[in-house]
Design a protein around this ligand. Structure first.
Ligand SMILES: Nc1ncnc2c1ncn2[C@@H]1O[C@H](COP(=O)(O)OP(=O)(O)O)[C@@H](O)[C@H]1O
Ligand SMILES: O=C(COP(=O)(O)O)[C@@H](O)CO
Length: 577
């Protein structure tokens, strides 16, 4: 239970503020997160890590010498936005490029990828790397689909220590790849976490049972077993990981491993030590030499009761990197190094000029008023259904879809109102709304809704009154943009299952000469039908994928919210007909 909060929507920002105030020796706040207080030494590759809030000490607590140069911090269980990441990366850049590192989650992949593209376009060399250590989230033949959990730490540390040694960007990336290929984690959970402001946990585990194969966002495990003793838990964790010793290690006997026994939030340190006692014994029996073990909370999930074991199979190079000194708010090792000379001036990301708007025709400005009314209706319907959307998302995801959609749509509405008040045309109003949505919401849906509204805005432009055909073209482009960015197709159980029939129905009706309001009406019906039909599908993309079976019978959260929104916008179009 999270008991101490003010406005739940402000929880992540307020926590980051307090964290930065408490750790001035190590970190300096910048837009979107924190960077090292002393900056990045000139000519050193900057390792910028990041992810959602709710996982402390990941990610902000791992910024400091020997570890990350900066951390981009998103909202609770939602990736930071591309804009936040770009801002932190620019502030951390020491002139030798940045490596952006995160756990493998759809939202992170989208936003860090977009940030890297923008940084590269601005002349900052940027590469990305997603950690994939969780063996329960996909089989050995699909390691690229695995999630990042407590293995984030050794992989981040290896890359950061390599950067500290002065290696160039591509070699730092190669170290990250190598460390990740040799890192495996597996976890178990006894109860789910409760998000700030929520009155019940994201999932529950029946009395005397445990969930096997936990996620770090309150995702339920992939299986369930009887509650073990501490020794049985240790045995399950160790045997699961020893079944998957990576290629190149040659088997556990005689191998060296960095070992992390991680508490997810409400397992006591003493309990962890009782488990670790057996972990150490079993690894010793298997002939594994344990190097600098860590027992404690390194990647958490609020107050979730759970533990995970991580092994990074070391060679000489990785061993030196794992043992290298580090000095961060939450992770310290070895003797502190001499003071560093920071790169001349950390650049703070400049804000884009949002004061002015491009010229627009009167007709487009009038249409902008309708766009604004549509965004108002959209935000209102998201508010009305936020709890329901969270509930649906919690069935197999992380329960934050309602919160994320609320944050994004509220920001979009405000940005649109501002642009409209400045005389913007319909296209610009939508593009401003899109940028505000993806920047404020983060997360998978933040990136996708941002790209959707941007594509629609681009198609409408600021010059002409948007005709029904042009709106239909814009929606078709929005549908293509979402599929390009997210890589999902119809049948994967995502919002694409609704977007495609919605766009197709709208296009067909307008091509037949049906006026916009009536065509939209038809398309919204198709959207609703398609959203309900997602209940019968198994998810193949996004957070819900590892829990595919659990989601049968429940529609996809993003598909449902999109259908609700098309219905809400229909009312506006009919009113303005
Ligand atoms: N690759 C993808 N392409 C399109 N839509 C996706 C994809 N992955 C997830 N989604 C959609 O995003 C929704 C979840 O959004 P959100 O709550 O922001 O996710 P998360 O918390 O995983 O970042 C899902 O219900 C699904 O509709
Ligand atoms: O949840 C996180 C990011 O993934 P999303 O796909 O945006 O939900 C975050 O907590 C881990 O980085």
């Amino acid at each position: 239970m999270t008991r101490l909060f003010n406005d739940p929507a402000a929880f992540a920002d307020e926590a980051l503020e307090g964290f930065a105030a408490a750790h001035r020796r190590w970190v300096r706040p910048v837009t979107g997160g924190v960077v090292r207080a002393g900056g990045t030494p000139e000519g050193q590759v900057a390792v910028v890590i990041g992810g959602g809030s709710g996982h402390y000490p990941a990610f902000s607590g791992l910024v400091g010498r020997g570890l990350a140069h900066g951390a981009a911090v998103g909202n609770v269980f939602a990736s930071p936005s591309a804009q936040q990441i770009r801002s932190v990366a620019r502030a951390a850049h020491g002139g030798a490029g940045v490596l952006l590192m995160y756990g493998n989650y759809a939202g992170d992949v989208l936003h860090f990828g977009q940030a890297a593209e923008r940084l590269t376009g601005e002349g900052v060399r940027a590469r990305t790397f997603a950690v994939t250590d969780d063996i329960s989230s996909a089989g050995p033949e699909e390691t690229a689909k695995r999630r990042g959990i407590a293995g984030d730490l050794p992989v981040f540390k290896a890359a950061a220590a390599a950067a500290e040694q002065g290696l160039p960007l591509d070699e730092v990336l190669a170290v990250a790849e190598h460390a990740n290929a040799r890192t495996r984690s597996f976890g178990i959970a006894f109860s789910g976490c409760t998000l700030p402001g929520a009155d019940h946990p994201l999932f529950t585990v029946p009395e005397a049972r445990m969930a096997v194969g936990l996620g770090i966002h309150g995702e339920p495990g992939i299986g369930e077993e009887s509650l073990p003793t501490a020794d049985e838990a240790a045995r399950l964790l160790v045997t699961s990981l020893l079944k998957e010793v990576p290629d190149g290690v040659g088997g556990p006997a005689g191998a060296r491993a960095a070992v992390i026994l991680n508490g997810l939030g409400s397992v006591k340190y003493e309990e962890l030590f009782v488990v670790y006692r057996k972990v150490a014994e079993l690894l010793g029996d298997a002939g594994v030499e344990i190097v600098d073990p860590e027992v404690g909370e390194l990647v958490t999930s609020f107050d979730m009761a759970g533990i995970s074991l991580t092994l990074t199979w070391l060679d000489d190079g990785l061993s030196a990197l794992w043992r290298a000194p580090a000095d961060t708010p939450a992770f310290r090792k070895g003797a502190p190094a001499a003071p560093e000379h920071a790169a001349a001036a950390a650049v703070t990301a400049e804000e884009s000029d949002e004061q002015t708007v491009p010229e627009a025709s009167d007709a487009s400005r009038r249409a902008a008023a309708v766009v604004l009314a549509a965004l108002d209706a959209l935000a209102a319907t998201v508010d009305d259904h936020a709890e329901e959307l969270g509930r649906i998302d919690a069935v197999a995801g992380d329960g934050d879809h309602g919160i994320g959609m609320q944050r994004g749509s509220t920001a979009a509405r405000l940005a649109a109102a501002d642009a409209h008040a400045r005389g913007a045309g319909a296209g610009t109003v939508l593009v401003r709304a899109a940028d505000a949505w993806s920047d404020r919401a983060g997360g998978t849906s933040g990136a996708l809704w941002g790209s959707m509204l941007r594509a629609l805005g681009g198609a409408l432009g600021d010059d002409e009154k948007p005709t029904a055909a042009r709106v239909a073209d814009g929606v078709t482009e929005a549908s293509a943009a979402v599929r390009r960015l997210g890589g999902a197709e119809v049948g994967d159980k995502t919002m694409v299952d609704v977007l495609v029939p919605f766009a197709d129905t709208l296009a067909a009706a307008t091509a037949d000469g049906v006026p916009l309001a009536a065509a939209w009406d038809r398309a919204a019906d198709a959207a609703e039908t398609a959203a309900s039909a997602t209940a019968d599908l198994l998810p193949r993309k996004g957070r819900a994928r590892p829990h595919a079976e659990k989601s049968l019978g429940t529609p996809d959260a993003g598909a449902h919210s999109l259908a609700l929104i098309t219905r809400a916008v229909r009312g506006v179009l009919i009113d303005h007909h």
